[in-house]
Design a protein around this ligand. Structure first.
Ligand SMILES: *Cc1c(COP(=O)(O)O)cnc(C)c1O
Length: 394
């Protein structure tokens, strides 16, 4: 019998939705340049603009406020970099000094960009988080200065799933005279987002986290906010992101969003039930476990758990031998021996951070998957703990 495959790494990336595959297949041969004025170009342009409308209406934005970009990482880099640049006249000299506020638990594409801008003379404040991964609003208030250009706080965390109080955060940021950006890559398509309602100035999303293709994302930029491109060249995207549009990727994103708008609400309930069963099953079967993240304000499918005396990489490899795919920390940080910066920021002790895995459920998971994991996991943890000198069962 073929081994069962259980994919529990949907926060790293998701399998393409079969309907996205169908749409991509149908669109593959459409090669026109959306900027061309002839029929070939107009056909491609039509597809790009339809996708733009889908993305815009899904987040309560206007189509002209949506810019297609090459990834979530590019969207995040763009916002921080152009704001650093905007503090002066737009000379795109990144040596302007502005103050940026972000958090200690952001994705590396925010943290590394921030570090880079610090190297160019900007000042960055990294807000801490409480034990559940939420920023403290008082700390945010106290960190805002007249020099603060932008505050970037992720909507939902990729490792522990914690969802921030975005509306309150945006209000505080605006009262302090700064602009508000949120990396919504993990939240988008999982929880409802209305940019007007939440008071968001910039928002980043990515297609491959919502069953769309890789290498395409979108950036929402509120109308009236000054914007200068990160990538210079042609007039694509109203002069805000040069480069011939990735028509196929954009079509895939548009389709994925259309499907999310139909399936999101129902699926969140189903996935939450799967996670509950998984969590309860772990507690019943395995002693000395801790769950990381917020008990209620958490993405439905994200379960981050620490097993005392077990090592994350070992768990990952043993689970992989059983066909179960999980991750330690974020995919982008794997290969590094440092404990997760997110868990460290929540105050988890180093050893426990090393003994953590993230299981992230998605639309293809079933209760049979959960049963299979609950069947395999206790034996694996036992074996690892037996080999460990650090673990003595209480
Ligand atoms: C995956 C991810 C990104 C990066 O998106 P890419 O499209 O892979 O570049 C950014 N932020 C968060 C929170 C993510 O989970």
């Amino acid at each position: 019998m073929e081994q069962r495959q259980v994919y529990l790494d949907n926060n790293a990336t998701t399998p393409l939705h079969p309907e996205v595959v169908r749409t991509l297949t149908e669109t593959m041969a459409c090669f026109g340049n959306p900027s061309s004025m002839h029929g070939f170009g107009r056909e491609a342009r039509g597809l790009v603009e339809e996708a733009r409308s889908n993305v815009a209406s899904f987040i309560g934005a206007l189509p002209e406020e949506v810019i297609f970009v090459g990834s979530g990482s590019e969207g995040n880099n763009t916002v921080l970099s152009i704001l650093a640049c905007q503090s002066g006249q737009c000379s795109c000299d990144r040596d302007h000094k502005i103050h940026i506020i972000t958090t200690a638990i952001e994705h590396p594409c925010i943290l590394e960009t921030s570090k880079c801008l610090e190297g160019h003379g900007s000042r960055v404040t990294y807000l801490g988080v409480d034990k559940h991964g939420k920023i403290r609003l008082d700390e945010l208030r106290a960190s805002l200065t007249p020099q603060t250009g932008v505050v970037s706080v992720m909507m939902a965390n990729n490792e522990i799933g914690t969802i921030q109080d975005i509306r309150e955060i945006a209000q505080i940021v605006h009262a302090g005279g700064a602009l508000f950006h949120t990396d919504a890559v993990q939240a988008f398509g999982k929880i409802p987002i209305n940019v007007v309602d939440l008071g968001i100035d910039f928002l980043t999303v990515s297609a491959h986290k919502i069953y769309g293709p890789k290498g395409v994302g979108a950036l929402y930029v509120r109308r009236g906010v000054r914007f200068c491109p990160l990538i210079h060249g042609g007039h694509q995207e109203r002069g805000r992101r040069a480069g011939t549009e990735n028509t196929l990727g954009i079509v895939g994103l548009g389709k994925a969003v259309e499907l999310r708008s139909r399936e999101m609400a129902e699926e969140a309930i189903r996935i939450a039930a799967l996670k509950k069963a998984l969590k309860e099953g772990i507690v019943e079967r395995i002693p000395d476990v801790w769950f990381n993240g917020h008990p209620t304000d958490c993405l439905a499918g994200t379960l981050n758990v620490s097993f005392e005396g077990a090592e994350g990489e070992s768990m990952l490899l043993y689970l992989d031998l059983e066909g179960i795919a999980v991750s330690t920390g974020s995919a982008c940080a794997s290969g590094s021996l440092d404990p997760s910066h997110v868990l460290m920021a929540t105050g988890v002790p180093v050893e426990r951070a090393h003994g953590s895995i993230r299981m992230s459920l998605g639309r293809e998971n079933t209760m049979e998957d959960v049963d299979y994991v609950l069947d395999k996991l206790p034996g694996i943890i036992n074996r690892i703990r037996e080999m460990s000198t650090a673990y003595t069962r209480r």
